[in-house]
Design a protein around this ligand. Structure first.
Ligand code: 13P
Length: 253
């Protein structure tokens, strides 16, 4: 059985004081004995605070991005080893906002996966189609291209050490969630793609859904057989709502 996971992507929100208060609240609400993994992805500068505050908790800390290079003259970038050094365990790679605004392509994302895995970080590989691509019935072609880029560069075994998040771009921050059936269809496709290379790894890989996940829709999404949890943006900025989403994942069976 795949262990459910709920990940909170704070994006570029908050302040030192607000984010610390959020973590304090979250620690009280997320129960350590829930049979799920929980992680928060804070902005880089707040990661040391988050690691310190969550040291004795069951909540893991991750970064929202990482450099594809290991060290050197890359002004403004942050290396995987630095993230590991300060206590991060996870990293988001290939978020649609990185793909769209910072022109990250499949080849760069595949290289970031290599570096993250080599450093011992657990990547959450984000994939997803735009509205235009969905309307043109290209969803499967886009997802296949994004998954295959990592399969080709890293091989199927990499998928035994990473998590995939399906985040349809049209559902991110729009309040327009994919229906459970829409999410399930793409998750099944992703699992099938990986299973085509290695059935065992395909069966084990955790697939999170992201895009307007809220306390009110989480249980329905998580009831689908291939939806193993969620990658939550806006709702992760509210401790009560995020904890309710975690509770929905904990109740998944
Ligand atoms: P929202 O939950 O705000 O739609 O964001 C989803 C997301 O992009 C998480 O990475």
């Amino acid at each position: 059985m795949r262990r459910p996971m709920v990940a909170g992507n704070w994006k570029m929100h908050g302040s030192r004081a607000a984010n610390s208060a959020l973590l304090t609240d979250l620690e009280l609400r997320v129960k350590a004995d829930w049979p799920i993994d929980v992680a928060v992805f804070a902005p880089f500068v707040y990661l040391p605070d988050a690691v310190r505050m969550l040291t004795d908790s069951s909540i893991a800390v991750g970064a929202q991005n990482v450099c594809a290079e290991t060290s050197g003259a890359f002004t403004g970038e942050v290396a995987a080893a630095m993230l590991k050094d300060i206590g991060c365990s996870h990293v988001l790679i290939g978020h649609s906002e990185r793909r769209a605004w910072y022109h990250e392509d499949d080849a760069l994302i595949a290289r970031k996966i290599i570096v993250a895995l080599a450093t011992g970080l657990t990547p959450i590989l984000c994939v997803g189609e735009t509205l235009q691509e969905r309307e043109a019935e290209k969803t499967e072609a886009v997802i296949a291209r994004q998954i295959d880029a990592v399969l080709k560069t890293n091989g199927a075994p990499a998928f035994s050490r990473l998590i995939v998040a399906y985040e349809p771009v049209w559902a991110i921050g729009t309040g327009r969630t994919a229906t459970p059936d829409q999410a399930q269809a793409v998750h099944q496709f992703i699992r099938g793609r990986i299973s085509g290379q290695d059935a065992n790894i395909g069966g084990q890989v955790r697939l999170l859904y992201g895009g307007s996940v809220k306390a009110g829709n989480a249980a329905d999404l998580f009831s689908m057989p291939d939806v193993d949890g969620g990658l939550v943006g806006g709702a992760s900025l509210n401790a009560e709502e995020f904890a309710d989403i975690c509770a929905a994942a904990a109740a998944r069976h």
